[in-house]
Ligand binder design. Structure first.
Ligand code: NAP
Length: 251
């Protein structure tokens, strides 16, 4: 039964990850809340516990192989074998190509791509043993190309390739892998972008909404709802897909 299962959400101290962790807890999963600093996970964990759910705060840099293995081992022993993984942790280091440093490139690849690879590799063992699993990777509409994001758009397109390959390799073990490509979602990440371009968040949000067919920007819960669909027991025939959650065909 789904309600005895354990889910991991990375980058779950805030934003989309926090909303996803809370939603999966509502769906009956025990949730490991991973973020860089364990202390920053406290708010998400107490919201889940306050609503009667079960959660564990885990500090881990997803781009570090040793920390990833230690985190997954700890989750397996304290919560149980993880069989749902949401690779959500993310960073931005936006810059036009001619100003982009090697660090800007490496940090973004490290968190998004290497992080999703390391987490998936560590968790698949538990999924294969359970003969059931769900992997959800956070891509982005930026995977289609976005000015100032040579690093990020490459990583987010790469995650789509990783997703399809995981779906092919792990399908026979009852494991699905899918990707969500959000458009504009109101979080600290988009607040930071507004600051970078010198706009107030309200003004920035309104401008974004004007080009979105449903005439609003997304909220973290819009993405959490889509993760919930992919994690569902009944979604076992949906694998290797990329769903754009952007208020229209693109945003
Ligand atoms: P956010 O508010 O910036 O939250 C990202 C979280 O990831 C933060 O808590 C951050 O921790 C954590 N994190 C960063 N590096 C990490 C690492 N190495 N290991 C573990 N955790 C790490 O971002 P968001 O807007 O919720 O975005 C979540 C995901 O959706 C990202 O993958 C993002 O690229 C994707 N996405 C977002 C949007 C959007 O419009 N917001 C659109 C498309 C895709 P710290 O606070 O300690 O840095």
């Amino acid at each position: 039964m789904a309600n005895s299962r354990v889910a991991i959400v990375t980058g779950a101290a805030r934003g989309i990850g926090a909303a996803t962790a809370k939603r999966l807890a509502e769906d009956g999963f025990a949730v490991a809340v991973i973020d860089l600093d364990e202390k920053n996970c406290a708010e998400t964990v107490s919201a889940i516990e306050g609503a009667g759910g079960k959660a564990l705060a885990v500090g881990c840099d997803v781009s570090d192989a040793e920390q990833v293995q230690a985190a997954v081992d700890r989750i397996a022993s304290e919560l149980g074998a993880p069989t749902v993984l949401v690779n959500n942790a993310g960073v931005l280091r936006d810059n036009l190509l001619f100003k982009m440093s090697e660090d800007d490139w490496d940090i973004v690849m490290g968190v998004h791509l290497r992080g999703a690879f390391l987490m998936s590799r560590a968790v698949q063992k538990h999924m294969v043993e359970a003969k059931w699993g769900r992997i959800v990777n956070l891509s982005s509409t930026s995977a289609l190309g976005n000015r100032g994001q040579a690093n990020y758009s490459t990583a987010k397109a790469g995650l789509q390739g990783l997703t399809k390959t995981l779906a092919i390799e792990l399908g026979k073990f009852g494991v699905t892998a899918n990707a969500i490509a959000p458009g504009f979602i109101a979080t600290d990440m988009t607040k930071a972008t507004a600051e970078r371009v010198g706009m107030g968040f309200e003004e920035f949000t309104q401008a974004a909404a004007a080009s979105i067919p449903v005439a609003r920007v997304g909220q973290p819960e819009d993405i959490a709802n889509t993760v919930s669909f992919f994690a569902d027991e009944r979604s076992g025939f949906v694998s290797g897909q990329v769903i754009y959650v952007a208020g229209g065909p693109k945003a």
